[in-house]
Design a protein around this ligand. Structure first.
Ligand SMILES: [Zn+2]
Length: 427
């Protein structure tokens, strides 16, 4: 695959030209018809100053699912970054040279945060130093994404402005190079923050990755994220570019991020739903359903069977709940465990794998996740975590990371519970 790059003061254009081999490979299935995207700023930014290692990292985050063989990147990068690229096996990044100076932030460096305005990245913002710059990714409107409503994002940015919190919004259409639409790699949501690293003197790039995603808690099988292929692939690349990953909520579950935001100065700002017209949420989407359930559980309220039946009128909610293994089902389990459940809600609870084990640890933080923070910020983030949440008990830590439900989900007990619930919501 060849990369074409155009850099103007307020715009970066990237185009991928796949080889015949790539076009006839299975990787082409994920390619959209046009493999080009741009990053655009409306403010006083000069993208011509972006460090080549950062441009290359942006290209890798975007091209990763499609590339096979040589990935020709027309840039001179630092030897450190070029070496870190040895990690790729399916494809090989080829640069003009590896003789460029590395990026070294000045001592006044600060974190940049990939920011969506949702609960998780807002909790990350609350835990990071006050110098952190949240970088909002503005999605362009296109016909197929009409459900996306920008009013919540605008309200979030206005809130930050009013509190004098530095912030910036860049627009990028990188999600449109993938089929179906979405980030080509999960860390691609940080592309705007990476593009601004030189401008803001960033010394790290933060994400609101929660424990469910990092450690796969609430999945079939948990993993030790620090030693997982995902972290071992990307973390050295960010570090070699002088902007190591900083993951303040990687040891915090979705329950914990809700708790943090509710007790922070951002409690009135965050919202996960990107469809409703601010300040309303759409009350139709999967995010709204989960958030409503968590909120009610935190407040000690319950969801009645009537309310639940109304919620599953939404096709999206019904389809998510009908899948064999519901994503982040531990969070649903935590909320339902606390509620007085009617017959219908109880059938949902019983079908969750999460109904078979204790979930109290979800409102505490996993201390080992502090290893996912650069040394400069460890103490600050740890103090902040302790401000909001208790530390997870050692026995819960061990149990959680060792969780493996692969056998249980194949059992007839589990399968019949899933069928019972599906039959019920079909009627
Ligand atoms: Zn919604």
């Amino acid at each position: 695959m060849e990369v074409r790059l155009e850099i103007e003061q307020t715009r970066i254009n990237v185009e991928f030209l796949p080889s015949e081999d790539e076009l006839s490979s299975i990787y082409s299935e994920k390619m959209a018809s046009a493999l080009q995207f741009s990053i655009a700023a409306s403010g006083p930014v000069d993208f011509r100053l972006v460090h080549n290692d950062h441009l290359s990292l942006i290209i890798l985050l975007a091209a990763h699912p499609f590339a096979k063989g040589d990935l020709t990147i027309p840039l001179h990068v630092s030897p450190l970054f070029a070496n870190a690229c040895d990690v790729f096996s399916r494809y090989r990044p080829v640069f003009l040279s590896a003789t460029n100076k590395p990026y070294t932030p000045r001592s006044t460096g600060r974190p940049g945060l990939a920011f969506s305005g949702g609960m998780d990245s807002t909790a990350a913002l609350a835990l990071l130093p006050s110098t952190t710059v949240p970088v909002f990714l503005d999605r362009p409107h296109r016909a197929k994404t009409t459900l996306y409503n920008k009013s919540a994002a605008k309200a979030t940015l206005a809130f930050l402005e009013a509190k004098n919190i530095p912030n910036i919004s860049l627009s990028t259409d990188v999600e449109f190079i993938r089929n179906p639409i979405g980030f080509p790699t999960d860390l691609a949501s940080g592309i705007p923050a990476i593009a601004l690293a030189t401008h803001f003197n960033f010394d790290s790039i933060g994400y609101g990755t929660v424990m469910e995603s990092a450690y796969r808690i609430g999945h079939k099988k948990a993993r030790d994220y620090e030693h997982s292929p995902h972290y071992r692939l990307w973390s050295p690349l960010f570090s070699s570019a002088g902007i190591p990953l900083i993951l303040p909520v990687a040891g915090v579950s979705e329950i914990g991020t809700s708790t943090i935001v509710h007790h922070s100065q951002y409690r009135d700002m965050a919202r996960s739903c990107i469809r409703g017209q601010w300040p309303r949420s759409c009350n139709e989407c999967w995010k709204c359903f989960r958030k409503q359930l968590i909120d009610q559980a935190i407040k000690g309220q319950t969801m009645s069977d009537e309310e639940f039946k109304r919620a599953i009128q939404s096709k999206e909610v019904a389809s998510k709940l009908s899948s064999e293994f519901i994503s982040h089902e531990n969070v649903l389990g935590w909320a339902l465990e606390r509620m007085e459940r009617g017959t219908v809600l109880d059938l949902l609870y019983q079908r969750l794998v999460a109904s078979t084990y204790s979930l109290n640890h979800l409102n505490s933080f996993y201390p080992n996740s502090i290893n996912l923070i650069p040394p400069k910020y460890r103490l600050h983030v740890l103090e902040q975590l302790r401000n909001y949440l208790p530390e997870m008990k050692i026995e819960d830590q061990q149990r959680m990371v060792a969780q493996d439900f692969s056998k249980y989900v194949e059992s007839t007990t589990f399968k019949s519970k899933v069928i019972d619930f599906k039959t019920l919501i079909k009627n």
